[in-house]
Write a protein that binds this ligand. Structure first.
Ligand code: FAD
Ligand code: SF4
Ligand code: SF4
Length: 466
C-alpha cells in the first residue's frame, strides 16, 4: 500500500447551514475514516509526536489500537495521560503541538492525531451514556484532603490525578457551573456543553467533589481552607479579567468584552432567551476587535445570533493572527468580514449613548517586536468611520487579583500572574498554582499539563519529599 500523503478530511456542517445554528461544526470521523487515517501513522521508533504533546500521550500506541479496531485499548492508553480527550481532540491547537512534529508532515499532511483522539473519546462517551464506565485504576485512600480552586482544565486535571492517587479532593468553583473556559468561553458549536457535563460526572465517579458558587477570596479564603483541614491547595483560577484598549468612547452602550459576551451566551444560554433568563443584545453590524481564538468565537457567535455584518478588526495581517488556522478558515467560510491591518481609535455614540460608529485607522507592518512579529504602525491620514451598532473587544485577558489580594505572602509576577517555582509551588507553604493564572492566557492542554505536574508535586509535598 502506497503512502497516503493527504489526511482523511472530516465531514462538517456546510457554512450556509451552520451559521444559523449552534450545533457542532465538524462532525467527527466514522470507523472507516478513522482506520484509514490511523493507517497513515508510520509508528516511528523515535515518535516525536509524543514530545509534541504537553501531556505526553503515547500517540503511536493509541493509533495502532485504532488500526486494530481495539478502541477500549486506545482509550485506556489515552487515559494514562489525559482524562479529557473528547475536549482536547476538539480544541487543542494540534497543528502547533503533536502534529507540528509528526514525521508525516515532511512528505504531506501530518497524521490527524487530534481527530483520531476525538474519535476514540466519542466512542467512549457513547459507552458511558449506556452506563458502561471504565474508570482508571485508583490507589487506596490516603485520608488527606486537598482543595482545588477553579474547575477549568488545570483544576480538573490536578484533581483527577490526586483522586487517582487516593487523596480526598474538593474543587471550589466561583460560578454555578464547572468547566472554566470550557463552559463559559468556548462556544457550543466548537465544544458541545454536554461533553463538559459528561466529563464532570466522570470526575465525580473518580471521587472528586465539587462545590460551586464558592468564590475563594470572598466566600472563603485560602487560610479558611487550611483551617478546614485541607493539607494542600492548588490554585487554578485562570486569567479571566478582560482587557480594554482605553480609547475614547469605549464605555458607550453595546460595547462588550468578549468575556462578558461569550459568558452570557454560553453559560447563561442567552441564545435561548426567553427560554433561559439572560438576554443578549443582538447587533446587526458588529465589530469584533482582535485576532485570536476568542475573537473568532465572538465573531462566529454574533453571526449565529443574527448579525447581518460581522467585521473582524485586527491590527496585523492574517498570517500573524494567533487564532487556530481551522477557526480562521471556518470564520471566513461563514462570511465574517476580515478588516486586517486596521485598528479602532475611538467610538462614536448616538444621542442615547449607544455606539453607532468606530473610527479606525489603517496600519502597516514595521520592524519585528519582542514577540517576533512585525510591529503594526498607524498610517497617518488613513482614518475612516465604520457604521456599527455593537462592539466586542477580544484583545486578551489578565488574571483576576482576588486570590493574591486575599492570601498573605502570595507572590505575584508580571501582569498579576502568580509566581511559582519549578515544582509549581507558590511562595506560600502547601499552596501550588498552574494554568492561565501562572502563564497568562494560554491553551487548554498547557493548563492540563500544569494541573498534572502540580498534582505530582502536591503528592511529593504531602509525603514530605518536597
Ligand atoms: P480557566 O479555564 O479560566 O478556569 C478557571 C476557573 O476558575 C473558572 O471556572 C473560574 O470561574 C474559576 N475561578 C476563578 N476565580 C475563582 C475564585 N476566586 N474562586 C473559585 N473559582 C474561581 N485554548 C485552546 O487550547 N484551544 C482553543 O480553541 C481555545 N479557545 C478559547 C476560546 C475562548 C473564548 C477563551 C476565553 C479561551 C480559549 N482557549 C483555548 C484558552 C483556554 O481555554 C485556557 O487557556 C484554559 O481554559 C485555561 O485553563 P485554566 O484551568 O487555567 O483556567
Ligand atoms: Fe495532540 Fe492535544 Fe491530543 Fe496531546 S492532547 S495528542 S497535543 S491533540
Ligand atoms: Fe505516527 Fe506521526 Fe507520531 Fe510518527 S510522528 S508515530 S507518523 S503520529
Amino acid at each position: 500500500m502506497g503512502l497516503k500523503k493527504k489526511s482523511v478530511p472530516m465531514r462538517e456542517q456546510p457554512p450556509e447551514v451552520r451559521k444559523h445554528n449552534f450545533l457542532e461544526v465538524p462532525l467527527g470521523y466514522n470507523k472507516e475514516e478513522a482506520i484509514l487515517e490511523a493507517q497513515r501513522c508510520l509508528q516511528c521508533p523515535t515518535h516525536p509526536c509524543i514530545d509534541g504533546c504537553p501531556v505526553h500521550i503515547n500517540i503511536p500506541r493509541f493509533i495502532k489500537a485504532i488500526k486494530e479496531d481495539d478502541l477500549q485499548k486506545a482509550i485506556d492508553i489515552i487515559h494514562e495521560s489525559n482524562l479529557l480527550p473528547a475536549i482536547t481532540g476538539r480544541v487543542c491547537p494540534q497543528e502547533d503541538q503533536c502534529q507540528a512534529v509528526c514525521v508525516m508532515g515532511n512528505v504531506g499532511d501530518p497524521v490527524s492525531i487530534g481527530r483520531l483522539e476525538r474519535y476514540v473519546a466519542d466512542w467512549e462517551l457513547e459507552k458511558r451514556k449506556k452506563g458502561e464506565v471504565s474508570l482508571p485504576p485508583k490507589m487506596p485512600p490516603k485520608n488527606k484532603k486537598v482543595a482545588i480552586i477553579g474547575s477549568g482544565p488545570a483544576g480538573l486535571s490536578c484533581a483527577a490525578d490526586l483522586a487517582k492517587m487516593g487523596y480526598d479532593v474538593t474543587i471550589f468553583e466561583g460560578f454555578h457551573k464547572t468547566g472554566g473556559v470550557l463552559t463559559y468561553g468556548i462556544p457550543e458549536f466548537r465544544l458541545p456543553k454536554w461533553i463538559v457535563e459528561e466529563e464532570k460526572k466522570f470526575f465525580e465517579q473518580l471521587g472528586v467533589k465539587f462545590q460551586t458558587d464558592v468564590l475563594i477570596g470572598r466566600t472563603l479564603t485560602i487560610k479558611d481552607l487550611f483551617n478546614e483541614k485541607f493539607e494542600a491547595v492548588f490554585i487554578g483560577v485562570g486569567a479571566g479579567l478582560p482587557r480594554f484598549m482605553h480609547i475614547p468612547g469605549e464605555n458607550l452602550d453595546n460595547i462588550y468584552s468578549a468575556n462578558e459576551f461569550l459568558t452570557r451566551v454560553n453559560l447563561m444560554k442567552a441564545y435561548k432567551f426567553p427560554e433561559y433568563d439572560t438576554p443578549i443584545k443582538v447587533g446587526k453590524r458588529v465589530a469584533v476587535i482582535g485576532g485570536g481564538n476568542v475573537a473568532m468565537d465572538a465573531a462566529r457567535t454574533a453571526l449565529r445570533l443574527g448579525a447581518e455584518h460581522v467585521y473582524l478588526i485586527y491590527r496585523r495581517s492574517r498570517k500573524e493572527m494567533p487564532a487556530r488556522e481551522e477557526e480562521i478558515e471556518h470564520a471566513e467560510q461563514e462570511g465574517i468580514e476580515f478588516m486586517l491591518l486596521t485598528n479602532p481609535i475611538r467610538y462614536i455614540g448616538d444621542e442615547n449613548g449607544f455606539v453607532k460608529q468606530a473610527e479606525c485607522i489603517k496600519m502597516k507592518l514595521g520592524e519585528e517586536d519582542a514577540s517576533g512579529r512585525r510591529r503594526p504602525i498607524p498610517i497617518e491620514g488613513s482614518e475612516f468611520k465604520l457604521d456599527i451598532d455593537q462592539v466586542i473587544v477580544a484583545i486578551g485577558t489578565t488574571p483576576n487579583p482576588i486570590v493574591p489580594k486575599t492570601t498573605e505572602g502570595l507572590k505575584t509576577g508580571r501582569h498579576g500572574t502568580i509566581w511559582v517555582d519549578e515544582n509549581l509551588q507558590t511562595s506560600v507553604k502547601g499552596v501550588f498554582a498552574g494554568g492561565d493564572i501562572v502563564t497568562g492566557a494560554a491553551t487548554v492542554i498547557t493548563a492540563m499539563g500544569a494541573g498534572r505536574k502540580a498534582a505530582a508535586s502536591i503528592d511529593k509535598y504531602l509525603k514530605g519529599e518536597l
